[in-house]
Design a protein around this ligand. Structure first.
Ligand code: ADP
Length: 604
């Protein structure tokens, strides 16, 4: 496991500090020892001068010095006075006297010529050494000086002073302890300082690390707070700035995405986005409805696996291959929906980029209206041409001699008049339809007494019905509520429906007009909101398959029969327009057991 920065800083600081303290301690102790030794050496030198002075009587004696009890006693005395060990050594290394050695063992003392300080004194006249004494076993500072005897220049005897280092060692030991205490305290302070320092350095860093982790986790509200104005502070500021920028960018992108989704979702047109391999990247709800697929099913799959339509396949592969915009129209089976497709290529660099956008416009209604318009134009032309051709033919026949025969001319003129009336009727019906459609005819909205309107219309139609021996029956419920409408238009509706019932019912049929209040809302059947009017007959009926188209202009079940009966094919279209203009509904159903039943519902 990697060590956190804090610990690295603490350990590094403490290591450096410990090394520094150790070096300082060693240097301090060494310097202290040296100072002490120099001082002791000076003391020894002073003592040596005094002792030399004390030994003068022996040194002034002629001949070389020899170990005598007197010398030994003098040396012991001088040693006791000077608080040092005094040794007199002959040039050959024999110990002549020693204040630290009992008199009787003096002769047994080892030869001292090999001692370091004596060797130095032999060489330079002065020698010094610090070591543990072989004789006393104590650590001792030795100073050896060569002393000349009378009339001799070379040393005849070596005076060696030995100062015990016990006090010195005690001082050094105390110094060690003091130093250790001081350095220990210093070290503890340093530990505290380095921990504090490491914390102050690493805290902002770990704050930054935590914030960066939160940022990576999707929390864009993080803000790093550091009081420091150093590099770490700068880093935190930069990260905060970056976070703000990122947040702004993400918000912008989210808004764009939300808007795009809203547009895609609310579009009536189906939209499909493909990548350059023909895989589906996006489809909108309209497209889901058109092809009965779900977005989840479609995503990341090849379009050809989902939309199995050869024409669509060809269009997509052409666009992907040629990289040019194309459009086409396809027919969906079995729904019969007609779709216009615009396929546009987009600029894409990577494999998963959007490469092509397909927009599907449902033009089924457009095509239907176009067909209606075409049919209408063809029908109008046909309907107008038939009487016109007839008029023209009879006029030509009159001109070619028919006018000379009064009976023929009267017959022809009758036919011409009849055809002109028919032309007039068609044109009037067409004009009326067009006025209703263009809103030129404004429907009045006044309360109407339905019963009275029905009775008036029946009175108008009765002569015709009587002619064919029809029975007119009315079934009108009492206290029928008034409906809101336009009396003249409503009478036209009745008259067209009754006229048809009379026309398309063979002699001696029964025509029933009924009116009753009904509920327009299946969830609240007790509340009457509409009045239902129906015209039923026992006539030839309308085949079920013609029901959906029966209200179209010029649509007739049997064209020849309709013409023969003087129909224009516009009556029911006018009925539908008026009823819907009054806010109602109209439909046709089969009458039981025979005939037809037209039902009109108008709001109360
Ligand atoms: P027309 O002037 O030809 O009667 P309409 O628009 O009134 O035109 O009627 C359209 C067609 O509907 C008629 O041609 C006829 O075939 C059929 N139709 C209308 N009413 C009836 C009915 N009561 N019984 C049978 N067929 C009818």
């Amino acid at each position: 496991m990697t060590l956190p920065i804090r610990w690295k800083v603490i350990i590094a600081t403490l290591l450096v500090l410990a090394c520094g303290l150790l070096i300082a301690r060693t240097l301090a102790i060494r310097s202290f020892e040296q100072q002490e030794i120099v001082r002791s050496e000076k003391i020894l030198e002073v003592s040596a001068s005094l002792i030399t002075y004390g030994l003068q009587p022996f040194l002034m004696q002629p001949g070389s010095l020899s170990a005598t009890p007197r010398l030994q006693a003098a040396v012991r005395d001088l040693g006791a006075r000077a608080l040092t060990r005094v040794t007199l050594i002959a040039p050959d290394g024999r110990v002549l006297a020693d204040s630290a050695v009992p008199d009787n063992t003096l002769s047994a003392v080892e030869n001292h010529l090999a001692r370091t300080e004596i060797q130095q004194a032999v060489a330079t006249g002065r020698g010094r050494d610090v070591r543990r004494s072989q004789t006393t076993g104590e650590r001792t500072l030795y100073l050896a000086l060569g002393l000349p005897t009378q009339n001799q220049t070379t040393p005849a005897v070596f005076l060696r002073l030995g100062l015990l280092m016990t006090t010195f060692d005690r001082e050094v030991g105390k110094f060690h302890k003091d130093l250790a205490l001081a350095f220990g305290i210093a070290f503890l302070i340093a530990v505290a300082l380095s921990v504090g320092l490491a914390h102050s350095i690493t805290k902002p860093l770990s704050d930054i690390a935590i914030a960066a982790r939160q940022l990576a986790g999707g929390d864009h509200e993080v803000h790093i707070r550091t009081g420091s104005r150093d590099e770490v502070g700068l880093l935190a500021d930069t990260l905060n700035h970056m976070t703000n920028q990122l947040k702004a960018k993400i918000n912008e992108l989210s808004e764009d995405r939300a808007q795009l989704l809203t547009v895609l979702t609310s579009m009536v047109e189906g939209v499909m986005v493909l990548d350059c391999k023909g895989r589906v990247l996006q489809v909108n709800p309209a497209l889901e409805g058109m092809f009965d697929v779900t977005r989840l099913d479609a995503r990341a799959r090849l379009y050809s696996d989902i939309f199995r339509h050869p024409q669509l396949d060809t269009l997509v592969s052409t666009v992907l291959a040629n990289r040019v915009n194309e459009e086409d129209e396809i027919l969906l089976q079995p729904s019969g929906r007609c779709l216009h497709i615009e396929a546009s290529v987009t600029h894409c660099d990577r494999e998963n980029d959007a490469c092509m956008v397909l927009v599907f416009h449902d033009i089924t209604e457009l095509r239907r209206l176009e067909n209606i318009r075409k049919d209408f134009v063809a029908n109008v032309s046909h309907e107008l041409r038939a009487p016109l051709t007839s008029i023209k033919g009879y006029i030509e026949a009159l001109r070619d001699g028919g006018k000379d025969d009064p009976t023929t001319s009267a017959k022809f003129l009758d036919i011409i008049l009849k055809q002109s009336d028919r032309l007039n009727l068609i044109l009037e019906d067409l004009l009326q339809l067009s006025r209703i459609e263009s809103g030129q005819i404004l429907f009045k909205r006044e309360p109407l007494d339905i019963q009275r309107g029905i009775e008036r219309t029946l009175a108008m139609i009765k002569p015709l019905a009587d002619k064919k021996g029809h029975r007119l029956v009315t079934v009108i419920e009492d206290d029928l509520p008034a409906v809101l409408g336009d009396e003249d238009r409503l009478m036209q509706v009745f008259s067209n429906l009754l006229d048809n019932a009379v026309k398309y019912t063979p002699e001696n049929g029964t025509i029933t007009v009924a009116a009753r209040p009904v509920s327009g809302d299946p969830e609240r059947p007790s509340i009457m909101t509409t009045v239902e009017l129906s015209v039923s007959d026992t006539g030839i009926g309308i085949p079920e398959r013609d029901h959906p188209r029966i209200f179209e202009r010029f649509y007739r079940v049997d064209k020849a029969r309709s013409r023969e009966l003087g129909g224009t094919g516009l009556g029911l279209a006018i009925v539908k327009h008026i009823v819907e203009g009054l806010g109602g509904q109209v439909w046709v159903e089969a009458n039981v057991p025979t005939g037809t039943r037209f039902v009109v519902r108008l709001p109360i």
